[in-house]
Write a protein that binds this ligand. Sequence first.
Ligand SMILES: *Cc1c(COP(=O)(O)O)cnc(C)c1O
Length: 238
Amino acid sequence: MNSIESNLESVRRRIETAAEKAGRDPAGVRLVAVSKTHPADSVREAFGTGQRVFGESRVQEAIGKIPLLPSAIEWHFIGHLQSNKIRKALPLFDLFHGVDNGELAVQMDRIAAECGCFPRVLLEVNVSGEGTKFGFQPEHLCGAITDLLALPRVQVVGLMTMAPYSEDPGAARPFFSALRRLRDDLQQQTGTPLPELSMGMSGDFEAAIAEGSTLVRVGSAIFGDRPKKEIGPDFPNP
Ligand SMILES: *Cc1c(COP(=O)(O)O)cnc(C)c1O
């Protein structure tokens, strides 16, 4: 068995165990295999084991990769979307995880009307309050949510967050719990279901599943390490 296949098997088993421990149906947790920086061949290999959902964080890279790969793949955009990339990104992705400000959502809505599409999005929340992170401040989102839900094209289906990096996987759990509670409050406030919670990466997805994650974004635990520096127009250096 090659390493991508065995890594995927191990990640799937860990997802299942974490879901069962939390009393959840493992089918309620979807694995987004984060293939950014990795070649199309690696994606094809993962696809061969049955993986169908993949995440990319740079529009330019995705434009090169997606046409080389099976159309049965569901592509998710997990990064910070720059407004000058919206038009190119809209037709490529089934779900946008990182919609991190209201202006971006409004621009996506306007361009979606021109493209005739209805993008599904998750609102990124900065629950840790770290200055370097993108995302809505939780208290601002409570004010902004009604307008965001009223956008005719953009479909808000949930929330996303990134926990601060830590060696201790349990350290992320309070941030995931905060995102879930914020989601519950917003649902209460608006009466609109927000079923998706995108939280958990290679280092902390089990803690995220314990707190209700429905989408885990796992890269290095599947594909191995990426080059250390990820600096570029779609991934600014903080
Ligand atoms: C790169 C990335 C991931 C995957 O990170 P790993 O630690 O490699 O699992 C998840 N989410 C986002 C937003 C990312 O940019």
